[in-house]
Design a protein around this ligand. Structure first.
Ligand code: NAD
Length: 480
């Protein structure tokens, strides 16, 4: 078992001890302790912010082409180290090793894309409206030092999105990964540093989350915060940024609907839905949750979906037979039980699962609830776990209205073989990403972000980079 010694990266130094104390990092597959994580206190947080200001002054002066070469090299190092990083990821986060390996490789690809795209941060020349003006140009410059906060569910991919874009655009960064999964982020940071990023431009801290965000966002050096996390924390950080008029990007929670139309291929929809729903034990922001299935397909589809869910092999992610790993910690297991008990109490039907698994670690059965009432907790709040909701619909209008009924609007999906229906669903579903006949909406080339309470701004794609830039207008007149 190769779990690394943990350290923070502040002002070019790796710190194995810090003034905020320490906490344990736990393997969710068996509740054993993997390592001790040093926690930053206010002195290290201020030192990181000061370093990020100095690092920004150096890093932004590199040409776009030099930054491109360094950031691309970091992606290459991630590929070379993928097997080792994937194992660490699985140990601290729990997902099956094959999923972890795919996450690392996709992270390298998305860093590549951002590096490439940063060479094309073009400005434009605008014709002057009055005589005596030589030029009017509109350019983009890096926003400055960024404080980045990431969740534990994709502990390599989420830091890679933020570091790849911010550094490629010329920003410096302080990243705070989730304290549950610090080693994956540490290995990503190490790849960027080994590739040649200015050490002061890339800091990594862990600590008491409230203290980290308050200290960093309040620090004059920090120009932007970027969070991948829950809606509740997004609102909190958004408010703090608004107070100081700082830029904010929030990749927040979701509650994705899936509409299975009468003309869909039911077997194809079933196979894709099972794989997407229980990937990473449902701990995915764009995970399909609410399945609306046309009444003509409903009964056999619901039965086969729950049979498929029940057949999944649960176990530690390092076991090659495992199809679904544990949840991240025991609080999430308790939360799943609360969702299930509440829905059953209000009249939902349990088609499979519904209980914690009696074994070491934090396992919960793949669960399918039919006809959970609209006022049940699980219909209103993101379960972020292995729970699927299923109910029939008669008219497409009704399914679209149900899909759009929540304040969440991140991912949404539908299955249909009718081109008109496909386009109508793409137009009318309120969501940042709509996948028709597949679930692959998260790709390096595509912008990823939520509408409504699911977020502000996007990551990845060309749009992801723009959020790390400011627009500047420069106009030059004829000297007198
Ligand atoms: P969370 O909001 O509790 O935590 C996310 C990050 O913010 C962690 O680093 C955490 O330590 C930190 N944090 C928590 N409280 C904070 C505070 N007061 N100040 C500063 N930082 C704070 O979310 P979580 O439970 O770790 O992650 C799950 C959530 O993340 C889900 O809602 C999921 O949908 C969302 N998510 C969204 C995306 C996306 O791209 N939209 C991707 C992955 C996860």
């Amino acid at each position: 078992m190769n779990y690394p010694e943990l350290a923070l990266h502040v002002d070019g130094q790796w710190l194995r001890r810090a003034s905020g104390g320490e906490r344990k990092v736990v393997n969710p597959a068996d509740a054993s302790t993997l390592a001790t994580l040093p926690l930053a206190g206010v002195p290290e947080l201020n030192a990181a912010a000061d370093a990020a200001a100095r690092g920004f002054a150096i890093w932004r002066r590199q040409s776009a082409h030099e930054r491109y070469q360094i950031v691309r090299r970091a992606a290459e190092l991630l590929r070379q180290r993928a097997a080792e990083i994937a194992q660490v990821l699985t140990l601290e986060q729990g997902k099956p090793l094959a999923e972890a390996l795919r996450e690392v490789m996709l992270s390298a690809d998305l860093i590549d894309f951002q590096a490439e795209e940063a060479k094309r941060l073009y400005g434009r020349l605008v014709p002057p409206r009055v005589a005596g003006i030589l030029s009017q140009s509109v350019i983009r410059q890096p926003v400055g030092a960024v404080a980045a906060f990431t969740a534990w569910n994709f502990p390599v991919n989420l830091p890679a999105r933020k570091l790849g874009s911010a550094l490629a655009a010329g920003c410096s960064v302080i990243i705070k990964p989730a304290e549950e999964t610090p080693a994956s982020c540490m290995l990503v940071v190490r790849a960027f540093l080994d590739a040649g990023v200015t050490p002061q431009a890339l800091n990594m801290v862990c600590g008491v989350p409230e203290q980290v965000s308050t200290t960093l966002i309040d620090h004059d050096a920090i120009r932007k915060a970027s969070l991948t996390g829950s809606v509740a924390v997004g609102k909190l950080l958004g408010r703090m940024c608004a107070e100081r008029v700082k830029r904010f990007t929030g990749e927040l929670g979701g509650h994705a609907p899936v509409i299975v139309c009468a003309d869909a291929d039911p077997a194809f929809a079933l196979k894709s839905s099972l794989a997407a729903k229980f990937r990473n034990a449902g701990q995915v922001c764009a995970s399909p949750i609410r399945f609306y299935v046309h009444r003509s397909l409903y009964a056999p589809w619901a039965e086969q979906f729950s049979a498929g869910a029940q057949a999944l092999r649960l176990g530690p992610g390092l076991d090659a037979q495992t199809q679904m790993g544990p949840l991240i910690h025991s609080r999430r297991v308790d939360e799943m039980q609360r969702f299930v008990d509440d829905a059953l109490g209000l009249g939902a039907r349990l088609l499979c699962g519904g209980r914690r698994v009696e074994r070491p670690g934090y396992f919960f059965e793949p669960t399918v609830l039919a006809e959970a009432p609209a006022d049940s907790l699980v219909q209103r709040r993101e379960p972020f776990g292995p729970i699927a909701l299923i109910q029939p619909f008669d008219e497409l209008d009704e399914a679209i209205a149900l899909a759009n009924a929540l304040p969440y609007a991140l991912g949404a999906y539908a299955f249909t073989r009718d081109l008109h229906t496909a386009h109508r669903l793409g137009e009318e579903i309120e969501a940042g990403m709509v996948g028709i006949n597949h679930f692959g909406v998260s790709q390096p080339e595509l912008p990823f972000g939520g509408w409504k309470e699911s977020g502000v701004g996007q990551e990845m794609g060309a749009e992801g980079l723009l959020h790390y830039t400011e627009v500047k207008t420069i106009t030059v007149g004829v000297p007198a």
